[in-house]
Design a protein around this ligand. Structure first.
Ligand code: NAP
Length: 308
């Protein structure tokens, strides 16, 4: 089978840290173009806009969109309209409606659209889902606390409307929770701490209840210094399951059951290649829907200004 000729749009942190190595390691892909306003890559055709690439003679089968969420829909729509398969970094868009528009557009054209949730490919997530499948859930606790100055330096888009603030990492926790918990869960209340000079929250506390009444509590914090926490604990009738390190390690009652090397983006590109081969799509907005619910239902509290 011929290789998927791929263009990557937005050469920022995640593109360099994860996408480029994952693409290079997967021989089903050939990176044929970079679209970036500010950067290029030696040996790869470079364009400043996606429209310029699509008007060029560089042949492209698929586009991987690594920009922030706010400018993503017009780019994705342009790519689909030009007959290209599309991979969307998380979150898949700035609104739910625009992702639905992309889903319908891809389906109408027989193209692949993939909403990526990289944390679901962390090593502990699949075994956690399998272990929880037949357990009675009593309570869930999510702690997602990181230092924004370490992980998102200079990313002003994160503080703007549509940038999600602390939900940018928090949505990763929600992507895992929606994948491993056997029942759906619903928001009952939230508090969003929004710095007085920003449009998006720096901390958030969320209370959900699952379909059988079990409480699910999530706390997201962008001001955590020292040790960072990306943990989910699920209390069940058969013991406590804990996913730590963003899902990389799985413990049952304190005993390490599963861990392995980071292969999140290898997993995403493997899934994308399979979707393209099968002429299928994978569009799941459930983590973004929970974030939208928090913005609908959450109580705003003014927090001190954020100065990077
Ligand atoms: P970033 O370092 O700020 O890079 C984003 C890139 O998008 C920029 O370098 C810019 O590239 C391009 N871009 C196009 N339109 C833009 C606009 N209107 N405003 C700002 N940049 C624009 O951000 P990132 O950390 O790579 O995150 C990008 C996406 O990946 C986000 O949705 C984020 O949630 C997701 N993600 C990030 C991480 C992480 O650890 N950082 C992990 C997983 C997922 P050019 O200058 O090349 O045009």
């Amino acid at each position: 089978m011929s290789k998927i000729r791929l263009a990557l749009v937005g050469l920022g942190k995640i593109a360099r840290d994860q996408h480029l190595p994952a693409i290079a390691a997967d021989d089903r892909f050939e990176l044929v173009a970079i679209v970036s306003r500010n950067a290029d890559l030696e040996g790869v055709a470079h364009f400043t806009t996606l429209a310029d690439l699509l008007a060029s003679d560089v042949a492209v089968d698929a586009v991987s969109l690594c920009t922030p969420p706010q400018p993503r829909h017009p780019l994705a729509h342009l790519a689909l309209a030009a007959g290209k398969h599309v991979m969307l970094e998380k979150p898949p868009g700035a609104t739910l409606s625009e992702v639905e528009d992309l889903r319908l557009t891809a389906a109408a054209r027989g193209l692949t659209l993939q909403t990526t949730w990289h944390s679901r490919y962390a090593q502990g997530v699949a075994p956690a889902r399998a272990w929880l499948a037949d357990k009675a859930i009593k309570a869930v606790r999510i702690d997602w606390r990181e230092d924004v100055r370490v992980w998102h330096p200079g990313q002003t888009w994160i503080w703007e409307a549509g940038g999600l603030g602390v939900f940018d990492p928090g949505i990763n926790a929600l992507s895992i929770a929606t994948a491993i918990l056997p029942r759906p869960f619903f928001l009952t209340g939230a508090v969003l701490h929004v710095p007085e000079n920003c449009q998006s929250p720096i901390q958030a506390e969320l209370d959900f209840v699952d379909a059988a009444g079990a409480p699910v509590r999530a706390e997201f914090d962008f001001l955590q210094t020292g040790p960072q926490s990306w943990d989910i604990a699920v209390e069940t009738d058969a013991g406590v399951l804990k996913l730590s390190h963003g899902g990389a390690k799985l413990f049952i009652d304190g005993e390490l059951l599963h861990e392995g090397p980071d292969a999140e983006y290898a997993g995403l590109y493997d899934a994308f290649a399979r979707l393209v081969a099968d002429a299928a799509s994978d569009v799941d907005v459930s983590p973004l829907r929970h974030v939208a619910d928090a913005f609908l239902l959450g109580r705003r509290v003014v927090a001190p200004a954020f100065i990077e």
